[in-house]
Design a protein around this ligand. Sequence first.
Ligand SMILES: NC(=O)c1ccc[n+]([C@@H]2O[C@H](COP(=O)([O-])OP(=O)(O)OC[C@H]3O[C@@H](n4cnc5c(N)ncnc54)[C@H](OP(=O)(O)O)[C@@H]3O)[C@@H](O)[C@H]2O)c1
Length: 332
Amino acid sequence: MSTPSTMKAIVVEKLGGPEVLETKTAHPVPTAGEGQLLVKNNISGVNYIDTYFRTGLYPSAKPEILGREGAGTVVAVGPGPNTWNFKAGDRVAWLGTGGYAEYTAVPAEKTVKIPEGVKDEDVIASFLSGLTVLSLAKETYAVQKGDWVLLHAAAGGAGFLMTQILKTLGAKVIGTAGGAEKVALVKSLGADYVIDYRSEEGKDWVGRVKEITNGRGVDVVYDSVGKDTWEGSLEAVKKKGTIVWFGNASGPVPPLPLARLTPKCVKVARPALFGYIDTREEFEFYVNELFRLLQSGELKVKIHKVYPLEQAVQAHLDLEGRKTTGKLLLRP
Ligand SMILES: NC(=O)c1ccc[n+]([C@@H]2O[C@H](COP(=O)([O-])OP(=O)(O)OC[C@H]3O[C@@H](n4cnc5c(N)ncnc54)[C@H](OP(=O)(O)O)[C@@H]3O)[C@@H](O)[C@H]2O)c1
């Protein structure tokens, strides 16, 4: 089938709330440039980072098609030597930009073939999020058997996967999540303790973490909530412990005077996935580990909902409204 010249895409022309996600039905189909592949997307992932580009928390040129991952079929291979032997017809998963669309021109270097027997939906439910949590648990702080770990937003897209990875590494996991349903979900993944930090008794989640760890605090905090939790995370970490800030779901952590880290000799990391998968070798290392975990059944995915592409506004409303568990997907 030949590739059309126009497509359906969700385009952001100005910064703002979910309402700035506009459905265009005759947007030009991109062409594959040097080192790129043109992919007809079967499924695209929605990630919290998409909201940062939409609001302007993270800068990006507008107009812009959001979406940093997808799965589908290669329909064209761009010029140049760096296309990694991909060919038209390959079923692939990719990381890049412009995923909220029927077609995306993606970097071949950040694209992989999906193994037989693994569904596109399951890969994208765990691709950007899964690669992130693997790199956080293996490199940002190398989690050891028996470590006490505090994980915020443990029922979310990244949190759902991270809870499982932490348990496979033998950590003792204290998760936080908002509401009884989310708490039950995180418990079902094997978390040792789960605190509903939005409930009346969970408001003192720091006190509860101290109680659980006999006053010592946790070895590491994985905090993607940011503004609302960073002070508590600093209190809940043990002496000589580590805090990994990797997201801003409630807003960014304000500038932190380094002297605040001194009393407990705390280490702080502020990682981003792309720092860990810069080279093809690094990318394949984490992808292979992710596919191994998916194929062995050690890592389960949870898809909150597959939204039709034109319902991207609703997907953002649900994600930012804290109404979701697991991963949100768009079907172009
Ligand atoms: N650094 C990286 O490379 C990297 C890569 C991937 C993801 N991330 C970060 O990881 C986090 C999770 O991403 P995700 O896509 O999987 O999203 P998500 O966890 O599915 O959704 C965000 C969750 O954060 C919690 N939350 C707490 N305060 C909130 C607030 N004021 N507004 C909205 N949500 C709030 C909510 O869970 P509760 O209701 O349970 O509180 C919500 O479900 C994000 O911060 C994202 O930026 C970072």
